[in-house]
Design a protein around this ligand. Structure first.
Ligand SMILES: [Zn+2]
Length: 386
């Protein structure tokens, strides 16, 4: 895979909430992993296959969208659209995590069928990355009749996600809690729909349901699309330590409230972000960038902290070796700048002003997958490849 250097970086936003901005202007990547971060001295003696001169702009980790509803390949039957995953790559997303594949036409609802769907989706996306995006799919939808042995079998087959509880027929704590205990026993990460009913066939989930069922991730605490009441948002945050997800296709007021409570409690490490697309709201290729601009400009999040919530926090919650610019991590990286004409001088100031950044380059496992984005406004500075 070779050696890639990124030089002349203006700011390195690490994705690590504890140290959100790193010193240095150079990153060295070898065989898809970050091997050095510092100044140009780290390149001495290196035979470089490719160098990207960042022209002084900002490097961030590739964004992790924690809430996607894929089916197979780069097509969504929900909105009858092609290439939405590749389009999101142009919005800075390098990793997507499925919250379930409910949009498959004729989705099976018996134990054998839901297991088959989870195994097939997981393997299909493992073998083919649309646009280069790492899609972790095959999120089991909990249906009546699943037994402990089914979780053991799925684990063996490489499935490790439970899609948001509430999509299937298992909804109430007495049914779901034992299955979540089995899922955790076999190392699964479990998400749970929160709030009003999203699409016909799914269900309304309250704070008490979430607290009794004990998922790893409170999916869309701001609703997908209808949020729980403000007191319920507070109750979930105060009475649990679950990861708290806010999504683009949700209620913006509840998103701000959740982030404020997490900030007050000094618990921003629990915050993660997703799109909740494809969904009835549509497909939003710039949704992750819109989350950042909204929470930073209308809310009070610091831009580098917001980026950490959309990268390193999510990687930690799901146990993925990406999302932070540090030695040993997968080199999933994005160069971003203030968009042309922005009031801000760089990507971070632009976010404060409410502008989504211009994506100038997207790198996955050390390989350049996109140059100047076809979806964001153009960045003010354009990196040069040597
Ligand atoms: Zn949902």
């Amino acid at each position: 895979m070779g050696t890639l250097a990124i030089t002349n970086i203006g700011t390195i936003v690490s994705g690590d909430l504890k140290n959100p901005v790193r010193s240095g202007n150079t990153v060295l990547v070898r065989d898809g992993k970050i091997v050095a971060i510092g100044d140009t001295a780290i390149l001495s003696g290196e035979a470089l296959d490719k160098t990207v001169d960042a022209q002084g702009i900002t490097l961030i980790p590739g964004l992790l969208d924690s809430h996607v509803h894929p089916v197979f390949g780069d097509f969504t039957p929900r909105q009858k659209m092609m290439d939405y995953i590749e389009s999101s790559l142009h919005g800075g997303v390098t990793t997507m995590i499925s919250a379930g594949e409910p949009h498959l036409p004729g989705r099976p609802k018996d134990p054998v069928g839901v297991k088959a769907l989870a195994i097939l989706a997981s393997r299909s996306f493992r073998n083919a990355r649309p646009g280069g995006v790492k899609v972790y799919a095959g999120a089991l939808i909990l249906e009546q009749g699943l037994q402990e042995a089914d979780f053991a079998e799925l684990k063996e087959a490489g499935v490790w996600l439970v899609g948001e509880i509430g999509l299937g027929s298992v909804r109430k704590p007495e049914d779901a809690a034992p299955m979540v205990a089995w899922a955790h026993k076999y190392g699964f990460k479990v998400a749970m729909h929160t709030g009003g009913t999203s699409i016909p066939g799914s269900s309304t989930v309250t704070a008490d349901d979430v607290l009794a069922i004990k998922p790893d991730v409170v999916s869309h605490i701001n609703g997908g699309t209808t949020a729980v009441a403000p007191a319920e948002v507070r109750k979930i945050i105060e009475l649990s330590d679950f990861a708290i997800e806010v999504v683009q296709c949700g209620n913006p007021k509840a998103a701000l409230q959740a982030v404020e409570i997490l900030s007050e409690r000094n618990e921003l490490s629990r915050l993660i972000m997703g799109n909740d697309a494809p969904s009835g709201t549509g497909v939003i290729p710039l949704g992750m960038l819109r989350n950042l601009a909204f929470l930073v400009s209308v809310g009070s999040l610091d831009p580098a902290q917001a980026i950490a919530a959309a990268t390193g926090n999510t990687a930690r919650v799901f146990g993925l070796n990406t999302g932070i610019i540090e030695i040993g991590r997968e080199a999933d990286l994005v160069l971003v700048d203030a968009p042309m004409g922005s009031f801000g001088q760089d990507a971070l100031e632009g976010l404060k002003a409410g502008d989504i950044p211009g994506v100038a380059m997207v790198i996955v496992d050390g390989e350049i997958k996109a140059g100047i984005s076809r979806n964001t406004p153009p960045p003010t500075h354009k990196p040069v490849i040597k």
